[in-house]
Design a protein around this ligand. Sequence first.
Ligand code: C2E
Ligand code: CA
Ligand code: CA
Length: 425
Amino acid sequence: MQNLAAWPKRDDLYSYLDNLLLKNIEQNPRIAVFILNLDNFRELCELFGYRNIEEYLAQVGKIIRDACPINSYAAWLGSDEFAVVIPETTTEQAQLTAAKICQNVTQPIVFYERRTYITVSIGYVVAPEDAHDRYEMLKNATIAMNWVKKHGKNGFTRYEPTMSEQVNRKLTLVNDFSVALADNQFFLQYQPQVNVSTGAIIGAEALLRWHHPRLGLIPPLEFIPLAEETGYIHSIGEWVLRNACRDFSSWLKAGLMLERLAVNVSIIQLQKHDFAQRLLKILDEAELDPAYLELEITEGQTIDLPQVRPQIEQLRNHGVRFAIDDFGTGFASLNHLRYMGFDTIKIDKAYIHNIITNNRDQVIVNSIMNMATLLQLGLIAEGVETYDQWQYIRQTSIKEVQGYYCSPPVDKEKFELLAAGESCR
Ligand code: C2E
Ligand code: CA
Ligand code: CA
């Protein structure tokens, strides 16, 4: 088997592609370029203690090359990344080759008497349709490869222009975060939390909005994950807390009878060692009793709770409460949550959506209610949209709801008017 050191490298690939493009100007056949990246490479390195890993890669490289047409050119780009060029091909052959590489790599590989399993993510372009020069070929094939990584790995896909649009939009948003904070492009809306037996508004959940000057309103579900990935969540999250506490404090001072300000926080924010301290300062500056504040953490992030327990404890000691959001979508056990210091469960809107007709959802909501009662946890039902759902919840032990039936999230001024009214329903 050929040693990895003897494989063509990135520079060799560049010259090969440049030559190929020069030669092909007149004949203009299709060229396919693949970027291949192994999926669970780091685990393998750990398995072999980083010894002999190049030997292993050479074995995978051979499997890749053997799955390609005889006229293909293969290069090793370093670490667990390879490239393959088929100089004269068709779109069908390119696709079949990608499928064959995936299939062959997935077979168990015996290495030093050990059976190992590895998979590969492949992105490819077919030129001239998908790319015009060497730069575009590699860039677009890499974009397609990353798309596969993000959508489950172990597979292949051909580049599509919409993938670039997505990447560009993501880059734009990330670039614009810091300006957005400085230019006040963020604003908050508040959704009423309503007592189901009286119809009174008892609290507000702060929901973040971004009005981008060029792209318009960006949904939080699009930009929050990017802010988490890039670390901007710390400054944006602090902005949310500061403004929500100020608004809420002014409502109390104006005489509104409210019990709770709910604010969403990402577990990444809690990972900062001074999160609790900074939040207590914000509360102090806003002259807001910490007992009004309830921080919501989505169930999907509760796996990392043990690491942030000291922050949670410090805040709880000052009276701040914690709610588990979107309950029923992740894997947290209620008992574990009680132990971690949660006070409230927010039942995910997916369960409320079909609560009237779906027996299974009724059973799940019932068992959440029973557990919550036993563990003395508060319950809020989210996403109540219809009169029937409202009536159904009224018959249960759930005391509070949020949803379009009462009110969608509204601007600060509108919330004040709603909360000053007699009841929401
Ligand atoms: P979430 O915390 O579960 O917020 C509830 C979402 O449900 C909000 O979407 C709200 O507009 C929507 N909603 C309210 N009532 C109804 C209803 O009756 N039916 C339906 N179908 N939807 C309803 P939104 O504002 O788009 O927020 C989406 C998510 O973004 C939030 O989900 C939360 O996870 C996240 N998010 C929002 N603001 C912040 C923030 O300041 N910090 C963090 N970390 N996350 C935030
Ligand atoms: Ca929430
Ligand atoms: Ca929720």
